[in-house]
Design a protein around this ligand. Structure first.
Ligand code: T3D
Length: 258
């Protein structure tokens, strides 16, 4: 498949996806979703990949759903957005969460609507000072989707999540200044993180994601079983053997991701 709405590269263990509709703040269209599905299935199926970067082209990360696809002429039926969520947003968020490698999101500007929540679905967000997160849904009569009602309260607490979702306010400049990097530092910081992940014990990182995501719905007893089963699997991995051997030999480990 050739891509018109995203850029996709994979090299040296690192896959990079850039949302690429900068004149529309990289808002999601049906066509972009199809390309993302295709690129992510390549990432999932390529055993040599050990980290994924998701970012946006131009001055924004992503402004959520392209609303020009939701305008209907008078008298016409509105688009069934339950169906578009099922087809587009649900698989995107679930794939990012379950991909067996770290997913880094470089938020290079505004992230609004589903754009904000897709960023929250990634494992690590690196945000530039120009980044902002807007639960824009209430401004157009919707509720947060793309996992927003799941991720937001877990990340910022229920009270703050309700405030952000009911007002559609940007996270404040003060808050962004506390969290954000100077824009010029963004790509160096992201690059260092990707290189670190590309040399890491990938299966252990994937199991860590799996266990942490399972945790919220589990009792302690059930979670101890999740840890036992995943650890048993990792105990048989080449990277565990290498980690122990490197520790014993007082040398840095050379993980293969296997
Ligand atoms: O539908 C389903 O399948 C269900 C799923 C829904 C998921 C959702 O994401 S719903 C929420 C959709 N997103 C929004 O409501 C956000 C809309 N955008 C904005 O509020 C603002 O653009 C921003 C706050 C994000 C940024 O503001 P600003 O002032 O920095 O930029 P701008 O001038 O508004 O935008 C620049 C251009 O991008 C502009 O086009 P123009 O005037 O230069 O021709 C603007 O219309 C366009 N653009 C921005 N966001 C969208 C968009 N075009 C289409 N859809 C957008 N979401």
């Amino acid at each position: 498949m050739s891509y018109q709405n995203i850029l996709f590269q994979s090299e040296a263990g690192i896959a990079r996806i850039t949302l690429n509709r900068p004149d529309r703040l990289n808002s999601f269209t049906d066509a972009m979703h199809a390309e993302l599905r295709d690129a992510l299935s390549h990432v999932k199926g390529d055993g040599s990949l050990r980290a994924l970067l998701l970012t946006g082209a131009g001055r924004g990360f992503c402004a959520g759903q392209d609303l020009s696809e939701r305008e209907v002429p008078p008298g016409m039926e509105p688009v069934d957005i339950g169906a578009t969520i099922e087809r587009n947003y649900k698989p995107l968020v679930l794939t990012l969460q379950t991909l067996p490698m770290p997913v880094v999101c470089a938020v290079n500007g505004v992230a609004a609507g589903a754009g904000a929540n897709v960023a929250l679905a990634c494992d690590i967000i690196v945000a530039a000072k120009s980044a902002s997160f807007i639960q824009a849904f209430c401004k157009i009569g919707l509720l947060p989707d793309a996992g927003g009602t799941y991720f937001l309260p877990r990340l910022v607490g229920t009270g703050r999540a309700i405030g952000l979702a009911l007002t559609g306010d940007k996270l404040s400049a003060e808050q962004a200044a506390q969290w954000g990097l100077e824009d010029s530092e963004l790509s160096a910081t992201v690059e260092a993180l990707l290189q670190q992940f590309a040399a890491a014990p990938t299966r252990a990182l994937a199991a860590t994601k799996e266990a942490l995501h399972a945790s919220a719905g589990n009792t302690l007893k059930a979670q101890l079983d999740v840890e036992r089963d995943l650890q048993q699997m990792l105990g048989r991995s080449a990277d565990f053997q290498e980690g122990v051997a490197a520790f014993r030999a007082k040398r840095p480990p050379r993980f293969s991701g296997r």
